[in-house]
Design a protein around this ligand. Structure first.
Ligand SMILES: *Cc1c(COP(=O)(O)O)cnc(C)c1O
Length: 292
């Protein structure tokens, strides 16, 4: 969270818009990349600023109007695009909106019959847990919203954060968490295990572990992909499946999220799959023999 001198070093592979979102933006504040779901950017401020932010080109730059001023165009686009069934509201942090405009946004989205799944991506439960008021929980439940939280280290799971997560879970809000793999912060088996076990205790399901996007000035925070593969291999099968998120690279250039894991399908020939388990042993599985 604290700026460091290394941020001034720009590496040749750094990108301003690492996930290529700008080229998938049909109306301002909406990224439509996958066939059935969209990313809605609600506002450009956060409760604190992650130094590795994938959207640092927009966030806190003061150039993006809040969603309240862009909403009509967004709603019109979504009404027209009946193939969209899932809206992810992110930003900036949507939970920095006060209850009334947030309620209005969710009500407008819920008025579109083909939108069956609405989630909010937020770091507010970790940065500003006092924002998780009983009134906010009622509002989120009323609109049947899922929450994607964001935690990078077990030290973020303070008693105040635990209370906020409890309030959300008790209020019936499904909770997932996203983590960015960061060099010197959480790039060890112990750090990730402690974080993911800590999240499960708070009824938060680790959802994605992101390879850090190559944002301008973040080379000092990034690990190799091999580091990520090795770390996930030390978790998968070795601990509760719910505690192991999907490790993904958000492909530079707009390819979307691509899951990465060590090869577990060693061979697959003549209807026989050879698989490698968590302990490194191999086994075979035979496909059903077709009836003659
Ligand atoms: C991550 C993301 C989504 C949601 O992807 P899921 O795999 O469904 O969580 C949708 N749109 C964009 C542009 C995204 O980056």
């Amino acid at each position: 969270m604290i700026p460091r001198q290394e941020e001034l070093i720009v590496s040749s592979t750094d990108l301003v818009d690492p996930c290529g979102e700008d080229s998938d933006t049909p109306v301002p504040g909406l990224v439509h990349r996958y066939p059935d779901r969209v990313l809605l950017l609600a506002l450009d401020s956060c409760a604190a600023y992650c130094r590795y932010c994938t959207r640092s080109r927009l966030v806190s730059q003061g150039e993006m109007h809040p969603v309240t001023r862009r909403l009509d165009a967004i709603i019109a686009y979504l009404e027209e695009h009946t193939e969209v069934r899932d809206v992810l509201i992110s930003g900036g942090d949507p939970l920095l909106m006060s209850d009334e405009p947030l309620d209005n946004l969710l009500r407008r989205l819920r008025g579109i019959p083909h939108l069956e799944f609405i989630r909010i991506g937020s770091r507010v439960p970790s940065f500003l847990p006092q924002r998780i008021t009983p009134e906010l929980v009622v509002l989120l439940r009323k609109h049947r919203v899922w929450l994607s939280l964001h935690f990078c280290h077990v030290r973020e799971l303070t008693p105040e954060v635990a209370q906020a997560c409890d309030r959300l879970a008790d209020g019936g809000i499904p909770l997932g968490s996203q983590t960015v793999l960061l060099k010197g912060v959480n790039d060890s088996e112990e750090a990730l295990k402690n974080l993911f076990h800590g999240l499960l205790k708070l009824r938060v399901r680790p959802y994605y572990l992101y390879q850090c996007d190559p944002v301008v000035g973040t080379a000092h925070l990034r690990t190799s992909v091999q580091t990520g593969i090795d770390l996930i291999s030390k978790l998968r099968g070795h601990t509760t499946g719910y505690a192991v998120p999907t490790y993904v690279i958000d492909a530079p250039g707009g390819g979307g999220k691509v899951p990465i894991q060590a090869e577990t399908l060693v061979a697959y020939e003549n209807g026989t799959a050879t698989v490698r388990n968590w302990a490194g042993k191999t086994y075979t599985y035979a496909d059903p023999v077709e009836a003659i």
